[in-house]
Ligand binder design. Sequence first.
Ligand code: PEP
Ligand code: MN
Length: 348
Amino acid sequence: MIVVMKRGFQRAELEDVIALIEEKGARPMISHAEHSTLVGVIDKTPGEKHGVSPDALSSLPGVEKIVPIEEPYKLVGRPLHPEDTVICIEPENGVRFQAGGGYFGVIAGPCAVESEEQIVETARAVRLAGGTALRGGAFKPRTSPYSFQGLKEEGLKMLAAARRETGLAVVTEVLCVNQVDLTAEYADVLQIGSRNMQNYPLLEAVGRQSNPVLLKRGLCSTLSEFLLAAEYIAYQGNPNIILCERGVRTFEDDTRFTLSLSSIPILQKKSHLPVIVDPSHSTGCDYLIAPMSRAAMAAGADGLMIEAHPHPSQSRVDAEQAIDCGAFAALMDDLRRLAPAAGKRWSE
Ligand code: PEP
Ligand code: MN
């Protein structure tokens, strides 16, 4: 439930509300909206019902009303946090990445880090074209155990070199709990891939560290399951989550997955978290990246994550869906033209 405080409430009244919530075994979550202050009553111990009574809360001075939260995801839902969360990353002397609240963040780079030369060359092109963050997998989740699995820590070092060179924030995937601390030393954003969206210990581990998390939708997950996965991260204390729609599995076989564009406004209605779109994995096809990127922006997305490679045909992973740096720059020009009509702006 949510406690809505009266306009002009006294500080001591809010403290009494918090004290009652804590005394009855729940966790208070304060949220400041434009015209009101809200206090969420969140279960402290999973599986154990707290003893906070709505009547006891509503009789306290300074309390306007009590509103139940219908949805199972409390922290990432809109009711407790009506305003958009803006994820903002500013590498030292670098390029500011922002997504949410009208800002459009563009993350681009190869599927996998292959060499320092490849990742630095891509990062330079991404920066020049106006991209605001660099992607590249060092730990790769591959369907076949015989496929290239990524350069691991060496790849992380190459990503850090590309950040030093260009000032772009680095987004990279973690596959398991024991990669989290190591990866957080090198990267700005930890990505949880589609296959791991329901890996709950991993969600909890990224929730316990402070880097923002890019959470990709599971390839067979509903939006409700997606938001509950984000709730796992937020419940551990990390509210900085970017949701990424990356397509779901359907009967269609002309595309790798089916990009659900309607999920953008649905997620934005249900949650305050920024929603970005990955047109690369959702289509699996280079010529669909530009039209789906424009469609995502027009549908209100808060950003994109695109696979770009200096020489797509030589890409060791996902070659058929990577665009070259020239095509990426042309797409960025298009998006910049479209942005005002879509009500979006870039960080800088
Ligand atoms: C990726 O972005 O590198 C990736 C593996 O994507 P997904 O988890 O969406 O398949
Ligand atoms: Mn890929």
